[in-house]
Design a protein around this ligand. Structure first.
Ligand SMILES: [Zn+2]
Length: 389
């Protein structure tokens, strides 16, 4: 497919990519430290950094007197110029499009929501192009060349194909190509949980960790695993399905066909079903269940604790199997995490095997813009990936 060649970061060699990524994710950092962290020679670092400085992507900060042992030579830290290029990220949900513009370090500059009235491919592409146009018109048009799109389901990043999206009812839609044409930006697609993991790996809790897991809790329960700095995609496209780890032989039947899956007990829908049963009120809403549990209703508190226990077991299984440095638990379901955080931590502490339990557990809510920010982080990462096949 013909495409214009926009001004891009001058990533012309593996050394250039390594140096730029190190400063992007860990900077400001001196050349000496870049050399130490990457194993490149100081001369190679200087050579690799020069084109980025000339193109305005990196800058040299004023020299700092070094202190401590070996002090004497001043160091000029290299820093990223975050506003050199902007990135658009969009998360597609069943009901709306959430879009953001971020800078090079995935810092959100602006955000917009658009309702999605129809799931027809043509309509979604047009609505998304409108949203991108409005975001760019806020003053980012001349410095934005890339669009990242996050969508749940089976997404092939290499070819830009949505293989299967259950909530849109799509199969094999060449969405990236359609969006390239509709927006004029270089589009990268990614599964939404993997996109969040990219943001975490480059600009969040995952920085400096060679392995970590991101677990999302909400309508579904998913995870993305990063091992030795790489996102695990699975030989058959499936990996990290913590939601379908079976934890109870006589538990509820899961929509996947299995029995006693974490998701069958701890998804938002499963929690609400259990709460209705515990309260004996078929009309109970989630908001009421949360309010009454917070107010001290013991039977409802037990429902949330049961979900926390299920998530804790799933996390222990994950950590016992691959031993990450850190696990981040996030998602819309975590907004009520005061009701299950204690139980997650207690169960995890009991079930994690030996020193696997030393893995740091970060539990925090996830605002919807974060999903779109994940999409933008995928677009930032797209700087380092050759154009689609
Ligand atoms: Zn299942």
């Amino acid at each position: 497919m013909p495409r214009s060649a926009p001004a891009r970061a001058p990533i012309t060699s593996p050394a250039a990519a390594t140096v730029f990524t190190t400063v992007l994710t860990q900077g400001p950092v001196s050349r000496v430290d870049v050399a130490r962290r990457t194993g490149l020679s100081s001369a190679a670092v200087t050579k690799a950094a020069r084109p980025f400085i000339e193109a305005g992507y990196l800058e040299e900060l004023a020299s700092e007197e070094r202190t401590g042992p070996g002090a004497g030579r001043p160091a000029n830290p290299l820093a990223i110029r975050s506003d050199r290029e902007y990135f658009v990220g969009v998360k597609i949900t069943a009901d709306d499009l959430i879009g953001v513009v971020t800078d090079l370090r995935a810092g959100i500059q602006t955000s917009r929501h658009h309702p999605l009235r129809d799931h027809d491919v043509e309509h979604v592409v047009a609505a998304l192009a409108d949203l991108v146009g409005e975001l760019l018109d806020e003053g980012y048009r001349d410095r934005a060349y890339s669009l990242g799109v996050a969508i749940s389901g089976d997404v092939d990043r290499e070819t830009g194909l949505v293989r299967y999206s259950p909530f849109l009812g799509w199969r094999d839609v060449p969405l990236a190509e359609l969006l390239d044409e509709a927006t004029g930006l270089k589009t990268t697609l990614e599964n939404d949980v993997k996109a969040l993991a990219v943001a975490e790996q480059w600009f969040g809790e995952g920085v400096g960790a060679s392995s970590f897991a991101l677990v999302t809790v909400g309508t579904g329960i998913g995870s993305a695993l990063v091992v030795n700095g790489r996102l695990v995609s699975g030989a058959h496209g499936v990996a990290g399905e913590i939601g379908h780890v079976p934890i109870s032989a006589d538990g509820p039947v899961c929509h996947c066909g299995g029995t006693g899956c974490v998701e069958a007990i701890a998804s938002t829908e499963a929690i609400l079903a259990a709460a209705k049963e515990a309260a004996g009120e078929p009309g109970l809403t989630m908001d009421d269940a949360v309010a009454r549990a917070r107010g001290g209703d013991e039977s409802l508190r037990e429902v949330f604790a049961g979900a926390g226990h299920a998530i804790g077991l799933g996390l222990a299984a994950l950590v016992n199997l691959f031993g990450p440095e850190r696990v981040v638990v996030s998602g819309e379901g975590v907004a009520t995490y005061d009701l299950f955080e204690d139980q997650i931590r207690r169960t995890f502490a009991v079930q994690a095997f030996g020193s696997a339990g030393r893995c740091g557990l970060v539990i925090r809510p996830l605002p919807f813009e974060e999903w779109a920010r994940g999409a933008a982080a995928v677009a930032v990462q797209g700087l380092f990936v050759p154009d689609r096949l």
